[in-house]
Ligand binder design. Sequence first.
Ligand SMILES: Cc1cc2nc3c(=O)[nH]c(=O)nc-3n(C[C@H](O)[C@H](O)[C@H](O)COP(=O)(O)OP(=O)(O)OC[C@H]3O[C@@H](n4cnc5c(N)ncnc54)[C@H](O)[C@@H]3O)c2cc1C
Length: 602
Amino acid sequence: MPHMSDGARSPDLADRVGTGDLHALRGRLIGGLVLPGDPEWDDARRAWNLAVDQRPVAIALVESVEDVVKVVEFAGEHGLRIAPQGTGHGASALAALDGTILVKTSRLRGVEIDAGAARARIQAGALWEDVVVPAAEQGFVVLHGSSPDVGVVGYTLGGGMGWLARSRGLAANSVTAVELVTSEGKFVRLDSENEPDLFWAVRGGGGSFGVVTAIELELYPTPELYAGAMFWPLERAGEVLRSWREWTETVPHEVTSVGRILHFPPLPDVPEPMRGQSFVIVEAVFVGSEADGNALVAQLRELDPAMDTFAAVAPTALQHLHMDPPHPVPGVGDGLFLERLPDEAIGAFVQNAVPPLISLEIRQLGGAMASSAQHHGAVGTLDAGYVMFAVGMAPNPEIAAAVHEAVDRVKAGLAPWESARTYFNFAERPVGGSRLYPLKTYTFQRLRKIRATHDPAEMFVSNHPIPPAIVIDTARIASAPLFADLPAAELEALAGAMGEAEVDPGTEVVTVDESGSTVYLIEAGEAEVIGAGGPLSVAVGPGDTFGEIGLLLTAGKRTATVVARTPMKLLALSEPDFERILGQIPEFERSLRSLGLERSSR
Ligand SMILES: Cc1cc2nc3c(=O)[nH]c(=O)nc-3n(C[C@H](O)[C@H](O)[C@H](O)COP(=O)(O)OP(=O)(O)OC[C@H]3O[C@@H](n4cnc5c(N)ncnc54)[C@H](O)[C@@H]3O)c2cc1C
């Protein structure tokens, strides 16, 4: 087991919750509560991703909704946080779990198929294989991903992109209801009629809003399926991936495909012809007949693959097409969206697709993932052309560091074609929430407001958390000494702007320039460029976290709010970012000059 320890409790926690309290909670649960020192402690705190070292206060192995309610109430009473977890496939992007009870749903694996209504009700701990098989037996397919043992709930709350994604869309947009326990310990059923805001938020907003106890998904009648993979020697990677890319530009939405490079590890559970070998591979699923499928892949067959498994298949076969590891592994990976995939991007991808990375894949997006609909959740649509994910094994911290660097090299090589947005489920490192959504300002701010309503104290710990919106009023701003002397009109403008940008009242009024523009530099949380008429841009910098905000007021009226999306000073913005801001807010440069600051290129 890599880098795990006994997870001793921190002293501040001992003040908040005594061992006696935790033992009392244990006695109240139908399921189990595992505490540090218990013999099963290390097993219980292990995530599917074995490279992640989880050290919560306690692990609740919940077996009922009542268990979840009791654990949430206990956390509320003792100032603890709750991290819901199904499998731990997504554990690498979780924050530290100190002061947190890890709520494992793995004992809640019930699945009910309602063939008449074409719906499945799936308990929170179910894996995709728990659903795919009974659904297929009743003549249905579900929108699962590449791996049979990924959790249905975690996958779906983050979007959920599977083999039918171009024909049927993201799994999150096929959710018909969610059962959830809120931070107040209230059990609610969310659907389009009941708590529609929260229902919208969880479908793409991740685990920030409550503990999901069950999810209801639409089932689709099983279509004819033609699927498989073609393998070529690694030396042909550039040529094959370029041909695959050209092919993707011609195929209908019924085809979902992946171009990848795979360095099979020399492990005994890898089948003999592949063990220790490297290949360039095209995997695809076509929703249609064998004859039509054969015609569609003919162009790829002309490339004379060394192995070709394409055939008419049963829906259960799709779970194994991607050859994901069948058991927990220690992994380090990350992904990005690509606007386009020109030959140069393929060149950069191939050049960096080397060990210690094991699998590097590019999936084609578009089709149903790109078409919006009124009923969609917060994930909305994915508008990039492709998505890339690279991963390697990380059995110890030294190798993990090398894999991180290798992933960084792949990402840097593809940076010229990267989208501003990134995919929730393929972001295995923490990402600023606003990068995960379409119409970022609107979606992200709406998610923040919903979080503020339902979990203002941030009880829930999730990967890619949504920070609650901050309510700002003039009284609150006026109470900050630096703003105390502002005229009422300016206070109001400031409150309005800060509310829109959702930042804390700041610390410093910098200057009022000769033209009446006031520039405030404010220690801030997160925001974007917001003009008087609404959002001006989705991003002004390349980073993930936010640093400072400049609020421009002209004659007491806000003209714009500018935020650097990196921890750097606005005044040290890179040239392209500076130009971008300037394009949106012409007064920006003048305001800086009025501060006695010169623009300098880097
Ligand atoms: C091998 C592998 C293959 C993958 N293939 C795909 C793929 O094809 N398509 C795709 O889109 N993604 C894929 N993913 C990414 C995967 O969807 C995410 O890692 C997802 O978060 C996993 O969900 P989980 O429940 O298994 O993991 P967990 O780590 O248990 O959960 C991830 C997060 O989901 C939230 N969550 C889980 N359960 C609950 C709950 N009951 N209540 C509230 N919040 C909850 C929590 O915030 C949690 O931190 C893959 C990942 C791996 C490792």
